[in-house]
Design a protein around this ligand. Sequence first.
Ligand code: B4P
Length: 182
Amino acid sequence: MKKRLLFLGPPGAGKGTQASIFCKNNGFLHLSTGDLLRQEVSAKTPLGREAALIMNKGELVSDSIVLSIVQKNLSNQDKSWLLDGFPRNLSQAKSLERLLKQIEQPIDAVISIEINDEVLIKRLLARGRDDDNEDVIKNRLVVYREKTEPLIGYYASRGLIKSIEGDAEIDIVANLIQKALN
Ligand code: B4P
């Protein structure tokens, strides 16, 4: 079984849903930058207030904020872990690479959940979070294609990518992921 994993995919692909299932079934630590940011937002911390303004426009929160959250959670971590929703751009990927080198915890595999925009928009409108209205969703998809999607090539060139079809029932996708990582 792989020990250190990343889950990539467009907004609404099911990264959070699948990461929770995988971590529960395999005893991994689940680190979702989206969830950690939303905790800061609900606790109304200065960082949370700053992040809320950006998240509600569908933009990416600054690298320095996200990195400090990830670093805090990964340092001194001896459990297997899964990062969900991070990295989101090339500069975050490079910072993560440096951090993991320092703590001697290289990535074992990257799951890329693939799915078309029509299905994503339908799912996110049904979810109805604060950042799930049609204009914001469309912007998140533009930001994803421009900034996050290039990471698939970045990790493919390192031989780490495992592509998963995300347009299927939740337990079917979960099985595909489990098989890809066994
Ligand atoms: P995230 O919290 O990462 O959320 P997401 O991309 O919108 O959704 P996810 O793919 O996890 O989908 P989910 O399982 O919920 O990001 C939110 C925001 O946080 C970003 O826009 C950004 O502003 C900020 N952020 C986060 N990380 C950042 C970073 N590293 N750098 C900068 N900013 C960052 O599934 C979606 C819906 O579909 C759910 O309702 C679910 O129930 C449903 N669903 C899931 N799988 C399904 C299936 N197989 N069939 C039918 N429905 C399904």
